[in-house]
Unconditional design. Structure first.
Length: 114
């Protein structure tokens, strides 16, 4: 599976941004697509995930501010981020688990200025 992420950039605190991740390749009927993020010096952490069945799960720090969704026809998952703060600055990675393996996208930088 190949994952192509896009949508990162620079935004002011309080602003919004939407990330997209498009998957291609051997995608099984059952999968989990996720967004992770990693700030300098920190471990990679789960931001949000969505299953093939549409169930979602969010990290504590983003619950209520971020929304994950998917477009099955486009094999694309979106991460709508609102009320962004400097603490959300990180490289965001999309990931997919399907057919017994995990794939990672290339990462997209999100920078929130105060």
């Amino acid at each position: 599976v190949q994952l192509q992420a896009s949508g990162g950039g620079l935004v002011q605190a309080g602003g919004s941004l939407q990330l997209s991740c498009t998957a291609s390749g051997n995608i099984g009927n059952s999968y989990i697509m996720s967004w992770y993020r990693q700030a300098p010096g920190d471990d990679r952490e789960l931001v949000a995930e969505i299953t093939s069945g549409g169930s979602t799960n969010y990290g504590e720090d983003v619950y209520g501010r971020f929304t994950i969704s998917k477009d099955n026809a486009k094999n694309t998952v979106y991460l709508q981020m609102m009320s962004l703060g400097p603490e959300d600055t990180a490289v965001y990675y999309c990931s997919m688990v399907t057919e017994g393996s995990r794939s990672w996208g290339q990462g997209t930088q999100v920078t929130v200025s105060s």
